[in-house]
Design a protein around this ligand. Structure first.
Ligand code: AMP
Length: 471
């Protein structure tokens, strides 16, 4: 007997759970499912990857199931459960899961998000949908066009609420919440509980919501090995390339890596640099169309793309199971983003490794992460591989194999098309020589780095009783 049966869920929901292959509820599901079934408000500290979607989705379906019907009339299918999510990727992912959980019931599920044609979404809303997942801006567009109304919502979920606030959705969320009946059930999920989140929770949840916290477990070294490499700005990309090429099984390339960067321009530039050195890489960032992002994601899922370079916003909600390795090419500006980023690996108890490349100027950001996650990193100084070794690898990688006459013809074609680097068109953004700005210039070799200064301070603290390591 599956332990999901302990919750008293409808047989049609249980059959979907079995089909999905879930045998055991995850920690957050064990806590959230009974509470949501009771009708209480929940404030959950849980990031994507903990199983939170089923944690709220399964009991939510159970609660509105008595009103499910097979009528063709749109009026019989009002929105009864509303899930707000920060990005199209997350909204899409959540909606897909909910559709699977509700597949054996007559409940209709749907999703609306921006960046795509609004009309098919309006048609879907006008036909009626009980479980609606939405990004806030596009939902308001639909409400203004009267494609839907929220007067019959019984359960509302704010998913990744911290991200929605970061992205400036607070005014939109407030407008949406005002349209909901006041006697609804409210659930809020967030990777961290910042003062802003607590304020939002206070204004929108009933007093004393049930607090559920599982994010910390996910963020500790229990399932994810976290390492920090201390690198110089100049060496950063080469160190990354070395890692990507040699840290896979048997010293070969890594084949499923998410590389996080802070800016869209770095994202584009890095993916391009990696492709140039023979690594199957693609970029996923906010300037790409929905189709391009989906294509990159599909390529990554199927294994055609080995390295996905992503910004935080674009990576929200990516559901990639048991990702073995996440690399922070840039130290995130906010410590919360670090928790989100490493939540991509070590899912559901699987072991993961996450590496962060930190330069001397990242010291304060690294300390903010240590403070938030209650740990102290021991940064490892890292240099790229010696040139001779790289060159040997490169020669091997570039050796052309000619097996058939067709291969021979293609090789000759490539040789004819070859243009020496000096004659190639220069892209001012990507191909101009890199000029170091004063603030990123290498420090003089005799000055201690941020991390060295920290090391020097340690023995003094040790004399005074040592550092207290937070749990
Ligand atoms: P989520 O945190 O909701 O994004 O879920 C992360 C992934 O875990 C999704 O692919 C889910 O399908 C999967 N998942 C959720 N609950 C369980 C479970 N009880 N057992 C196994 N996989 C699960």
């Amino acid at each position: 007997m599956s332990s999901f049966e302990q919750f008293g869920l409808d047989a049609r929901i249980l059959s979907a759970i079995h089909r999905m292959g879930y045998s055991e509820p995850t920690p957050i599901q064990k806590e959230a499912i009974p509470e949501v079934l009771r009708g209480g408000d929940v404030m959950g500290a849980a990031q994507t990857g903990t199983g939170k979607t089923a944690g709220f989705g399964l009991p939510l379906i159970q609660r509105i199931l008595p009103k499910a019907n097979t009528s063709m009339s749109p009026a019989r299918h009002p929105v009864r459960a509303l899930i707000l999510a920060p990005t199209r990727e997350l909204a899409d992912q959540v909606a897909e899961n909910l559709a699977q959980y509700a597949a054996d019931t007559p409940l209709r599920t749907g999703v609306v998000f921006g960046g795509v044609d609004i009309r098919p979404q309006s048609d879907m809303l006008r036909r009626g949908v009980e479980i609606l997942t939405a990004t806030p801006g596009r939902l308001l567009d639909h409400i203004e066009q009267r494609a839907t109304n929220l007067s019959q919502v019984e359960v509302v979920v704010l998913d990744e609420a911290d991200r929605m606030l970061d992205m400036g959705f607070l005014p939109d969320i407030s407008r949406i919440l005002k349209l909901l009946p006041s006697n609804r059930q409210s659930l809020l999920f967030s990777a961290t509980f910042s003062p802003e989140i607590k304020k939002l929770a206070k204004s929108f949840l009933k007093p004393n919501p049930k607090l559920i916290e599982v994010a910390r477990e996910n963020a500790t070294a229990e399932t994810v090995t976290q390492e920090v490499f201390q690198v110089s700005d100049r060496d950063k990309t080469d160190v990354l390339i070395d890692m990507l090429k040699t840290r896979g099984p048997d010293g070969g390339p890594l084949t499923q890596v998410l590389v996080f960067v802070n800016a869209k321009i770095t994202c584009r530039r890095l993916a391009r640099t990696l492709s140039r050195v023979g690594i199957n890489a693609d970029a996923i960032h906010g300037d790409k169309t929905q189709e391009e992002r989906q294509a990159a994601l599909e390529g990554f899922r199927s294994g055609a793309i080995h390295v996905l370079v992503a910004t935080d916003v674009a990576a929200r909600g990516l559901d990639i199971k048991e990702l073995p390795c996440v690399i922070n090419y840039d130290v995130p500006y906010s410590a919360e983003d670090y928790v989100h980023r490493i939540g991509r690996t070590g899912r559901a108890g699987a072991k993961g490794v996450t590496t962060m490349l930190a330069t001397d100027s990242d010291g304060r950001l690294v300390e903010a992460i240590e403070k938030l996650t209650g740990q102290v990193f021991q940064p490892i100084p890292m240099k790229p591989m010696p040139r001779s070794q790289r060159y040997a690898n490169r020669r091997h990688a570039y050796a052309e194999r000619v097996d058939t006459p067709e291969d021979e013809r293609l090789a000759q074609e490539r040789a004819r098309a070859y243009v020496p680097p000096s004659q190639r068109h220069l892209d001012p953004l990507f191909d101009m020589p890199y000029v170091e700005r004063p603030q990123t210039a290498e420090k003089p070799s005799d000055a201690p780095s941020f991390f060295e200064r920290r090391e020097r301070k340690r023995p003094v603290a040790a004399l005074l009783g040592g550092f207290v390591r937070k749990k």
